[in-house]
Design a protein around this ligand. Structure first.
Ligand code: GDP
Length: 300
């Protein structure tokens, strides 16, 4: 939690402090409630969740008048946790099956942080004593495969790659085949994120998934979203959720934005749980998303 707090952009805990200051006022006026609403909206929590939080705080405002600072803090943590989807299943399925590895496809637009996230997940799995193989299914740019391979070397795992301009699905298939032969636990497949045309991308991702499924069901399709792109990113994300069955979102760059509330919008608008959050560029800057810890970190 301490690490989460220090990693989240400092402006996020100023959101919590701002809310606490207003809530701590002796008698809350309409202007105060408006200020609370604006603060929540500015953090990209979205209209529906903001309305929910404000209305719940209002019904408790009689109590607020006599609450101590600590009571207020706890109340705010509880209300923020409630909109962060505390009951969503965020299990990351990376365990090996009988006779074949778990397969995780990582999708998202270029620049969102896919390759970095693959490297971080690999690092974490290796840290848990698992064997991992990477698949470089972004065959459009040689630099993309190079970057993935560099991450692989950094965390001590091998990368399967194809020719530049080759078939991404063939590389993904080969990665899973190699992983099966080598009896690895988890194969992580990095995909291309060119939003050239919507149908082109959908066809390509759909094909990668279908071809990989010849080995057995895919365990996770993780959509990597850059938190700093805000609501635009959420709209863009729909292209991916329409192309493949996404099982979880990785929200990156939360260390660089004051809009941590985007977690709420992503989950409500896409109906998919945020499973992991990116908190920096280093190999260990990835954390499981835990609603209560996140709310605690924001309130500060
Ligand atoms: P890709 O094109 O989707 O594979 O994106 P990359 O993995 O190449 O990442 C794009 C840039 O974002 C790189 O400079 C990464 O170091 C950076 N990045 C990725 N994740 C994070 C994060 O959680 N926090 C920060 N601050 N930067 C990140």
């Amino acid at each position: 939690l301490v690490r989460l707090r220090s990693r989240l952009a400092r402006s996020q805990s100023s959101l919590g402090r701002g809310l606490l200051t207003v809530l701590g006022r002796e008698k809350l006026t309409e202007d105060d409630w408006e200020e609370i609403e604006e603060t929540l909206l500015a953090a990209d929590i979205g209209v529906a969740a903001t309305t929910q939080i404000v209305s719940r705080l209002r019904t408790q405002s009689m109590v607020l008048a006599t609450a101590t600072g600590e009571d207020l803090r706890q109340l705010l943590v509880r209300e923020l946790t409630a909109v962060l989807g505390p009951d969503l299943d965020r299990t990351l399925h990376t365990d090996r099956h009988d006779g074949r590895p778990a397969v995780v496809l990582v999708v998202g637009v270029n620049g969102a942080g896919k390759t970095t996230t693959v490297g971080k997940i690999a690092r974490s799995l290796v840290g848990d004593g698992k064997t991992v193989l990477l698949g470089a299914a972004d065959t459009f740019r040689a630099a993309a495969a190079d970057q993935l391979e560099t991450w692989g070397e950094r965390v001590g795992v091998l990368t399967v790659r194809g020719r530049e301009g080759g078939d991404p699905a063939a590389v993904a298939f080969e990665a899973v085949r190699t992983g099966t032969e080598g009896e690895v636990d988890t194969v992580l497949v990095d995909t291309a994120g060119r939003l050239h045309t919507k149908s082109g991308l959908m066809d390509e991702l759909g094909k990668v998934k279908r071809v990989v499924e010849k080995h057995g069901p895919v365990d996770e399709v993780l959509l990597v979203l850059d938190a700093t792109t805000g609501q635009n990113g959420v709209v863009q994300a729909r292209v991916f959720t329409e192309a493949v069955h996404v099982t979880g979102v990785v929200l990156t760059k939360l260390d660089g934005t004051a809009k941590g509330g985007i977690v709420v919008s992503v989950q409500r608008e896409l109906g998919i749980p945020v499973k992991l959050i990116g908190l920096g560029e280093g190999p260990d800057d990835l954390a499981p998303f835990e609603p209560e810890a996140f709310a605690e970190a924001i309130v500060g």
